[in-house]
Design a protein around this ligand. Structure first.
Ligand SMILES: *Cc1c(COP(=O)(O)O)cnc(C)c1O
Length: 288
């Protein structure tokens, strides 16, 4: 069982965490759910390979590489930015799983310009696995466990995971997303588009926009201290890109009495711990 109680907090609020980081050793957290129907679709279409996109430390690339190996589907990763002299831990892992890697200039990446490649019969998954199949998979994450909670909280990058959670939520349940990028108000529209594509009209959700710690991939001393403290106190490791910021936000919202008295709150550990190796490499900070 992946549910773990964190404790009872002020105003008798029960906080539990869903350890999706433990679902699979390499296809971690929400990425497992986002890939579920994408893998099925690639098989159904008898695609020659899965092609997908990500930054050099991408949890999605890492998960796709491992899932491809497990399902015997060739994977091709298109990485944003210049090729470095040595592969970083994430890309090294992708390569070990058999993923073919190509590096795209920022411009090619932005335009998703594949004109210099001659792929045929490939199945293309967008960045983060955030297409309709990805949302559909995430809508199953809380099946059989979500019902008893009053509020469900999750970190947001593209908002696809949150969209899936909103799809599956009961009318009285509030779904709260904590974006890890700065100025993420635009995600509301993206999430609305996902919901529309499933003809869903649930409006009982919100975004807490103040917990990005300076922006995507940025970390600060407060976050580092928080992640270390959290691990010591609860024996739950958090990643520096997503779940650390989300959990720090939840603790702040608890202090500010954001959650209703006597309510049950579920936070989702969406995984991403492989990214801590990249943080060690870049900033020489050990979050493990
Ligand atoms: C990718 C990722 C997210 C963001 O998911 P979206 O569906 O893009 O919002 C959150 N947490 C972790 C650990 C991730 O790897």
């Amino acid at each position: 069982m992946l549910l773990q109680p964190l404790g009872i907090f002020n105003e008798n609020i029960q906080l539990d965490i869903l350890r999706e980081d433990l679902r699979h050793p390499f296809v971690s957290g929400n990425k497992w759910w986002k890939l579920k129907y994408n893998l099925e679709e690639a098989k159904r279409l008898k695609s020659s390979a899965i092609v997908t996109f990500g930054g050099a430390y991408s949890n999605h690339l890492s998960a796709t590489a491992a899932a491809g190996k497990e399902h015997n589907i060739k994977t091709i990763g298109l990485v944003r930015g210049e090729e470095q002299a040595a592969l970083n831990p994430t890309l090294q892992f992708c390569k070990e799983q058999g993923m073919e890697l190509y590096f795209l200039s920022r411009e090619e990446y932005r335009n998703k310009d594949l004109s210099r490649f001659s792929f045929s019969d490939v199945y293309v998954i967008p960045e983060g696995g955030s297409n309709k199949f990805g949302v559909q998979g995430c809508s199953e994450m809380l099946a059989g466990i979500g019902e008893k909670y009053d509020c469900i909280v999750c970190a947001c990058g593209t908002g696809a995971t949150l969209s899936g959670l909103i799809l599956s939520a009961l009318p009285q349940q509030k779904v709260l997303g904590i974006p890890v990028l700065k100025g993420a108000g635009f995600l509301k529209e993206e999430i609305n588009q996902h919901l529309i594509s499933f003809q869903n009209t649930n409006k009982n959700w919100d975004l807490a926009l103040d917990y990005h710690c300076g922006g995507y991939g940025k970390i600060n001393d407060e976050l580092v201290t928080f992640i270390k403290m959290f691990k010591q106190q609860y024996e739950v490791p958090l990643d520096g890109i997503y779940t650390g910021k989300m959990m720090m936000g939840v603790m702040d919202l608890l202090r500010k009495n954001y959650f209703l008295k006597h309510s049950k709150v579920l936070v989702i550990h969406t995984g991403g711990l492989q990214g801590n190796a990249g943080i060690k490499e870049r900033f020489d900070i050990d979050l493990f």
